[in-house]
Write a protein that binds this ligand. Structure first.
Ligand code: GTP
Ligand code: MG
Length: 466
């Protein structure tokens, strides 16, 4: 769901003009609630894969391919382990007790690990007080999970399960809940269809149940998408420049928008996937031009594609923005890896959504500059959302880019004092300053920002006709 937040008075004025969504979405609300809560047969199957209520002390294992084409060179196993631990720590009541990286020659082995590594891990499991094992690969095969569980006598989780649990916990809006439910359904249906339960129960009925749930979820998501498209058109008509803020999870997107807008409704959190809703926040550029910042869902590497696809819809607003601010965490040890991941996701998005000029709209902002001694990257605008350093420079650069991207121009225009022209300009442009003309007191000199279309209209109404 798109939620519009901003400085309160602005929120009210924007909401009155039809930008807030709640009333538009009310009619589909009940239908969505039913899909999410009343499907008891599905819910009881899904619960067996996701253990939201449990608390766990985890051993985190990072398998990594040591050589050959499958070897990952862009991020070290230690850095992967750090990210894996951050995922676990994001779940309330889950903690990391120990972590270990294990070299492999392939990820395809039935037991995943060779016997030597298996012995080493069994010893570690038996001598450490843990209640579960998180193996940081995107998706374990059912046979791998089964054999590892049998060997270690502890529940085994893969990355998909952990990310899904975080998403389930953090999804608050209907739209986010529906998308998470769809991502979960793909996982549950695939696992259930391969399980013993599926072989012994009425397979056709189970398949039908999954298919019907998928259809209901997709249709509800499509309804919401149409609502969003309507809202987008409304916003376009109102001509607010839009700045989408994207980036790797935890880079500080929400914090940056909060620092730029002063919006107290925003709550940055030191968690992965803290933001799962696309929200809008009004802000002002140095000239007084009002813009909307769009907060978005963070990116993360190594997530199964159907999980990503579910979130592409939420990024539609980003794709259609006038400028895309890419927030990067300057203090992150794997800065280059994260940058490459976000840029390649944006490139994919540009292809999928048929937006060929998407990459031209990207502006790189290096956040958390307060945590580094020296900013190494010359190609970013360095800021700190914590100390507010660099924000004025960022606003200036944004203004420059927005004026260019939205064909707006700053001009000075002379209009009759108190006339229709002035009233029209108040409605259709941003007035930066106005002062009486020194040579003719009947005239006002107005410095304005106006779109090319509105300038044409102004000329048509007030210049050509006279
Ligand atoms: N020191 C410092 N910490 C920051 C800065 N900006 C954000 N943080 C911290 O970084 C963490 C993540 O911030 P968020 O703004 O929630 O990050 P996000 O990119 O919106 O994260 P997701 O919504 O989870 O993708 C929080 O603990 C913030 O307080 C900064 O400039 N300096
Ligand atoms: Mg956020």
């Amino acid at each position: 769901m798109i939620i519009l937040r901003g400085i309160q008075t602005k929120f009210i004025s924007l909401a009155k003009r039809g930008l807030a969504t709640s009333s538009c979405l009310r009619n589909v609300d009940k239908q969505i609630d039913d899909i999410l809560t009343k499907d008891s047969e599905y819910n009881s199957i899904a619960e067996s894969y996701f253990r939201l209520g449990e608390s766990h002390k985890c051993l985190v294992i990072q398998p990594y391919v040591k050589w050959g084409p499958k070897k990952i060179t862009s991020i070290s196993p230690e850095e992967q382990l750090n990210e894996a631990a951050a995922l676990i720590e994001t779940l309330p009541k889950w903690s990391v007790v120990d972590s270990i990286a294990i070299p492999l020659d392939t990820l395809e082995r039935k037991t995943l690990f060779k016997s030597g590594s298996m012995d080493k891990l069994t010893n570690l499991v038996n001598t450490t007080h843990i209640s579960a094992i998180f193996i940081n690969v995107s998706n374990l095969k059912r046979i791998q999970t089964g054999l590892l569980q049998e060997n270690f006598k502890k529940p085994i989780f893969d990355r998909y399960q952990i990310v899904m649990q975080i998403l389930k916990l953090h999804a608050t809006s209907k739209h986010a809940k529906l998308q998470v439910a769809l991502a979960e359904l793909y996982y549950v249906a695939r696992k259930a269809q391969k399980s013993a339960m599926f072989k012994t129960s009425n397979q056709d009925a189970l398949k039908l149940m999954f298919q019907s749930r998928e259809q209901k979820l997709k249709s509800a998501i499509n309804d919401l998408r149409s609502q969003r498209a309507l809202l987008r058109n409304k916003r376009r008509k109102m001509d607010y420049p839009i700045v989408a803020v994207v980036g790797y999870t935890n880079s500080g997107k929400t914090s940056l928008i909060k620092a730029l807008t002063g919006d107290e409704g925003l709550v940055p959190r030191n968690q992965l996937f803290a933001t799962l809703d696309v929200t809008m926040h009004s802000g002002m550029l140095p000239s007084g031009l009002e813009i909307l910042y769009v907060d978005t869902v963070g990116f993360i590497s190594d997530i199964p594609t159907n999980l990503i696809e579910c979130f592409v819809a939420t990024l539609e607003d980003a794709v259609l923005a006038d400028i895309i601010v890419h927030v990067e965490d300057l203090a992150s040890s794997n800065f280059d890896f994260k940058r490459a991941h976000v840029l390649s996701t944006l490139k994919d998005l540009s292809k999928q959504t048929d937006a060929p000029n998407l990459m031209d709209k990207v502006m790189s902002v290096g956040n958390k500059s307060d945590l580094v001694k020296k900013v190494q990257n010359d190609d970013v605008i360095a800021v700190s959302s914590k100390t507010y350093t660099g924000l004025d420079e960022l606003r200036m650069k944004l203004e420059e880019a927005i004026l260019k991207a939205t064909s707006r121009q700053k001009i000075t225009i002379k209009v009759p004092n108190g006339g229709d022209e002035l009233r029209w300009l108040y409605k259709n442009s941003t007035i930066l300053s106005e002062e009486a003309d020194s040579q003719n007191s009947q005239l006002m000199g107005c410095k304005i920002i106006i779109t090319s279309t509105n300038l044409q209209k102004f000329k048509h109404y007030f210049v050509n006709t006279k």
